[in-house]
Write a protein that binds this ligand. Structure first.
Ligand code: HEC
Length: 120
């Protein structure tokens, strides 16, 4: 019985693909955009739907491997606290969205343009 519940969970998690504006943008703009913006250390910006969509697969990979956000934070990012580590659920959200936008059937539903400046 317990096993059935555990097996059902991943299916339920993907029943409704994560939505960019609602699920993904708040994570990326809080945890990534502070460095991934012009003038900061990140090599490219993650400030818009287009920025994030273009690199969705890579973002899913670097968050799943916990390569990003960098930890411990580099010198100069003293305000970083444990709050700025991604939770497993957040990593799954990003991975689920990155997978969903590759599927033509649901890509429309999973992406609504929203700019970081509207959220920061
Ligand atoms: C403390 C600053 C900082 C934060 C926060 C940060 N990054 Fe980065 N990121 C960097 C720097 C600097 C590099 C380039 C050097 C490197 O690859 O380590 C980089 C590189 C990358 C790369 C390219 C990796 C490669 O193999 O070329 C990706 C993708 C990335 N970041 C995504 C993210 C995502 C997604 C987040 C949020 C979950 C994030 N970053 C948060 C500073 C940051």
């Amino acid at each position: 019985m317990k096993i059935a519940v555990v097996l059902a969970l991943p299916l339920m998690a993907y029943a409704a693909p994560p939505d960019f504006a609602h699920d993904v943008a708040p994570i990326v703009y809080k945890y990534c955009a502070p460095c991934h913006r012009p003038g900061e250390s990140g090599p490219f910006s993650l400030l818009s739907y287009a920025d994030v969509k273009q690199r969705a697969r890579m973002i899913a990979e670097v968050t799943a491997s916990r390569y990003m956000p960098p930890w411990p934070p580099e010198a100069g990012y003293g305000e970083f606290s444990d709050d700025l580590r991604l939770s497993d659920a957040q990593i799954r959200t990003i991975a689920g969205w990155a997978a969903a936008i590759r599927s033509p059937k649901i890509s429309q539903a999973s992406g609504a343009p929203v700019k970081a400046t509207e959220m920061l």
